[in-house]
Design a protein around this ligand. Sequence first.
Ligand SMILES: *Cc1c(COP(=O)(O)O)cnc(C)c1O
Length: 369
Amino acid sequence: MYRAQEDHRSASFPALTRSVLDRLPAIVGSTTATPFVFASSGSAMWETALINSVQPGGLLLAPRYGQFSHLFITTAEKLGYRVQVLDVPWGEGAPADAIEAALRGDHAHEIQGVLLVHNETATGVTTDVGAVRAAIDRASHPALLFVDGVSSIASLDFQMDAWGVDCAITGSQKGFMMPAGLGILYCSGRVMAGLDGITMPRAYFDLRPMRDTNAQGYYPATPPTTLLWALDEALTMLHEEGMSRVVARHHRLAEGVRRAVHAWGLRLCAAHPSLYSDTVSAVLVPDGADARTVIDIAARQWNLALGSGLAQLAGKVFRIGHMGDVNELMLAGALSGVELSLLDAGIDVPVGAGVAAATTYWRETAVRT
Ligand SMILES: *Cc1c(COP(=O)(O)O)cnc(C)c1O
């Protein structure tokens, strides 16, 4: 990113545009998706996906199992869409059976899209998107499939083509290891084919001028060029490591963190091991303790940033991020900081037990060079 701002209308600029756009689809396991990059945060891509593919007032189906699925739903509602919400206890994933039943009950095919959050960052739960796709197929329903992959894409296995995802949504500051500032959206051929027929009012987030100028290697408005250079480098790093190794690294690091949590005698918010997220762990504090105290001590005393409990989880969980450019030593430091903060908060964990459990696991599973 440390380079002079350049003229984004210059003859040399399309090389950067193409390098980024050509290499984005492989990150989500796609050879057919059309990627878009906006100056925005990830949330703006919820809106962009919907207004470019769903007609005004359309009906959507959405399970709600954490703060991010809640915000995706409220975004749709604010845009005038109707949302049939399937409420699920926080800590669970998307209920494929209930989605299938709702779609089977929709004989008129009124439901235009299903909204999912692949990795619920609030609860540390990864949903099985393939299982939801299979449920949609069993119901023989034509609804589009929208997947928020903000805390999964570029870290967890994501198979846009195999899962039949129509819109995949992310931002720059999570798996892409960058500062915040880019919204990234991938659209299926079906969404691209329907783009011109959608009558929703659209302006900055209209994909049509983006599609047309991107085809020439340019953007309709001034793109954040330094962030595009950062994304280009992030793509080089991801392709050098290889997505399967990126996914394996996240799993191995996350499993070390989970061993630490169990060694402390604490539990994760995720209701079942099959739901454990490899990018973030939401850790429940014991009854009577307040997670906000732990987070506050971690920040002020140990200069460690833990994620807070969002909405109904406030005070109940703290979150350890293990996403993007992380390795064993960074996480060993984080786990040590969590132990110090728990002890300072009066939560009695065996000193060093978490770090020891993680270290033991990482030693056992290390790829020796
Ligand atoms: C972080 C996050 C968002 C919001 O992204 P912003 O870039 O903050 O707008 C949306 N969904 C999920 C799952 C997230 O983790």
